[in-house]
Design a protein around this ligand. Structure first.
Ligand SMILES: *Cc1c(COP(=O)(O)O)cnc(C)c1O
Length: 354
């Protein structure tokens, strides 16, 4: 039986994408060769890479606006340092909204001054800081749009004059935003796009080339832009599956269509969390993530029963991150509404039992 997969990442991918990916490992499009045994310079793979890059920009509404889309290795974690390497000359601003922001801050400090313009660390990141002052002399401001571990999400982005960089690893392609407000968007594939092994980076080309330091080729965005994201061997499988997922999303009606579904899934689970006295939400209501719902069980004696019920129903991956405890239901694009329904039914059944 296929499980209801609420895993935070790597996570659920669309069923048709998985089937096609599995076939391509055996044989790609009638070529007589596997996707993972052909040259990345073959016309077949070059066209896969071009489609993936093009689809990413198309879905974000960033075509012909001076942006380039890259699929690189090293995960979002490598972007923590690559962003600073390419953009940080004197001083950058970071909003500290959780574990991933902290890691980004740590790396950036190796390259220049980092100003923590706002933080929610004192309340264990249960909300998004608001109404903070952003100095105008920053090289850039760095945000994390969705805090995967704590279940908070930025709803309103600051209007700023400095370049805006955003780690969108766990909510890219999940909701409509004016993506042209951002100068760099990066996201590890394994949360909403594909398997682990590739990272999407969307860069506005005119913000590059302004730092005085020398940048190693592999860490220089310009290298990868000039080589159409093929400077070295890309993660061919991860890029192919990401391309399939982006095509799946486009066929579904793009971000507006998936956002509607994501809203419904989130409403369903959060209304249960709020109405059911056995559970309490972790994140402040106005900052709740549509992707990762974090919650606790109010009566610990019911935990064992709940876990057992979840297991029986085939629910996978709802244990909270160790730094928060409790539960986390991740509801990425590919998670069907039906799975959320199954979880919510168990939650209300527990209330009746308890
Ligand atoms: C998972 C995650 C990361 C880390 O991604 P890697 O690809 O494992 O380096 C960074 N930022 C956010 C917001 C994440 O959810």
């Amino acid at each position: 039986m296929k499980k209801h997969n609420f895993s935070a990442g790597p996570c659920i991918l669309p069923e048709p994408v998985m089937k096609k990916a599995a076939e391509a490992v055996i044989e790609l499009d009638g070529m007589g060769l596997s996707l993972i045994e052909i040259s990345h310079r073959s016309k077949e793979f070059v066209s896969i890479m071009e489609s993936a890059r093009h689809l990413a920009l198309e879905l974000l509404g960033l075509e012909n606006k001076g942006y380039s889309a890259l699929f690189l290795q090293g995960g979002a974690s490598t972007q923590f340092l690559t962003v600073a390497y390419n953009l940080l000359e004197k001083r950058a601003g970071y909003v500290n909204t959780g574990t991933w922001s902290l890691k980004a801050i740590k790396e950036a400090r190796l390259f220049g001054e980092v100003l923590e313009v706002a933080s929610s660390q004192e309340e264990n990141f249960n909300h998004i800081p608001k109404n903070y002052v952003i100095p105008e002399d920053l090289d850039y401001l760095h945000l994390t749009s969705n805090n995967t571990i704590f279940g908070t999400q930025i709803k309103k982005f600051p209007e700023i004059a400095v370049p805006l960089v955003c780690d969108m690893s766990s909510d890219i392609f999940s909701r409509q935003l004016d993506f042209s407000k951002f100068d760099i968007i990066y996201a590890g594939a394994q949360k909403n796009m594909g398997p682990a092994g590739t990272t999407l980076i969307v860069v506005k080309e005119d913000i590059l080339g302004k730092v005085s330091r020398k940048i190693p080729s592999m860490l220089d965005y310009k290298t990868h832009i000039a080589k159409d994201s093929m400077f070295n061997t890309p993660s061919v499988f991860a890029v192919y599956v990401s391309m399939l997922t982006l095509q799946w999303l486009k066929d579904l009606g793009g971000i507006p269509a998936i956002e509607e579904q994501n809203d419904k899934k989130a409403k369903l689970i959060y209304s249960e969390i709020d109405l059911n006295p056995v559970f309490s939400g972790y994140a402040k209501k106005e900052d709740r993530s549509l992707m990762n719902a974090t919650f606790n069980i109010t009566d610990d004696t019911l935990k064992e029963t709940f876990d057992e019920m979840c297991k029986e129903a085939g629910i996978n991956g709802i244990n909270g991150h160790r730094s928060v405890g409790g539960y986390r239901a991740s509801m990425y694009n590919a998670l069907p509404m039906e799975s959320v329904g199954v979880l919510v039914d168990i939650m209300s059944e527990l209330e009746r039992k308890g």
